[in-house]
Design a protein around this ligand. Structure first.
Ligand SMILES: [Fe+2]
Ligand SMILES: [Fe+2]
Length: 261
């Protein structure tokens, strides 16, 4: 294994098995590594490494199942597990791909990668308890598609992945938690609490570095966000919004007003 953070992140991203990848991230991707901030690391084939299952399909082909059945609850937990498997890939990708940022940037994303790996492990273990495994249901690839589109532009990546897609997770969390509570899945609800707490931190990291880059380039964060959303074809965000979590994640009132407009 590489002993510099960014080269190691690319090496870990190539691992096919999401279970092995999550375990390796938690074991090896640690703050004590050297941070090779200036290294320019080339694209290699096979990014992101992933297993053959789940089968990736168009979102319209995914069935919504009633959460009151065992299979329905498993499919909900599976969808969340898939988001976390993607989130591990997204964090690793930011670390290796974008050079020349301050050390603190890489340490922040290293923390995100480690937390996403934990979220994946918690949800997969819960899925196993219900009698299913990751890969048992189909899934869609929307998260990685946005990573692919923004691979040439860190500002766009930060605007559209952590500040848009991860922030959607903050909005979605209360309703999903209520569903799990309504069918007596206390353990699932507790996992969602851990994830929401950590995800506020991830969106905050996205906000911090998005603003940092806007400042460096003399860009207005609010107008730039609207322009990037349009340029990269991000879907318009619909409420209800978790404004409390979004405020805790560092969105300011101008940004929340833009969201609700
Ligand atoms: Fe997560
Ligand atoms: Fe996250």
């Amino acid at each position: 294994m590489n002993n510099s953070t960014r080269r190691l992140a690319q090496e870990l991203l190539l691992i096919h098995s999401p279970q092995e990848k999550a375990a390796a991230v938690r074991q090896h991707l640690v703050p004590a590594l050297t941070i090779d901030a200036a290294a320019v690391i080339g694209e290699v084939p096979g990014i992101p490494g992933r297993s053959e299952r789940p089968l990736l399909v168009h979102p319209s082909q995914l069935k919504a199942r009633a959460v009151g059945t065992r299979e329905g609850r498993a499919s909900l937990i599976h969808a969340l597990t898939h988001i976390e498997a993607n989130a591990v890939n997204l964090a690793l990708d930011v670390i290796w791909r974008f050079d020349g940022m301050p050390e603190r940037f890489y340490l922040d994303w290293l923390r995100v990668a480690r937390e996403e790996a934990l979220h994946f492990q918690l949800l997969r273990a819960h899925l196993n308890e219900i009698g299913f495994d990751y890969g048992d249901f189909p899934a869609h690839d929307g998260l990685w598609e946005m990573a692919e589109k923004t691979k040439g532009d860190l500002l766009a990546r930060l605007a559209l992945v952590p500040r848009t897609l991860e922030a959607r997770g903050l909005d979605a969390s209360p309703a999903i938690k209520n569903k799990l509570v309504s069918v007596g899945d206390r353990q699932g609800a507790d996992i969602l609490d851990i994830i929401l707490r950590d995800e506020i931190g991830h969106v905050a990291i996205g906000n911090r570095w998005y603003r940092h880059l806007c400042n460096l380039k003399g860009l207005d964060p609010v107008g730039t966000y609207a322009a990037l959303s349009e340029a990269y074809g991000a879907k318009a965000l619909k409420g209800p919004f978790n404004l409390e979590a979004r405020r805790a994640a560092g969105f300011d009132e101008a940004e929340l007003a833009q969201l609700c407009a």
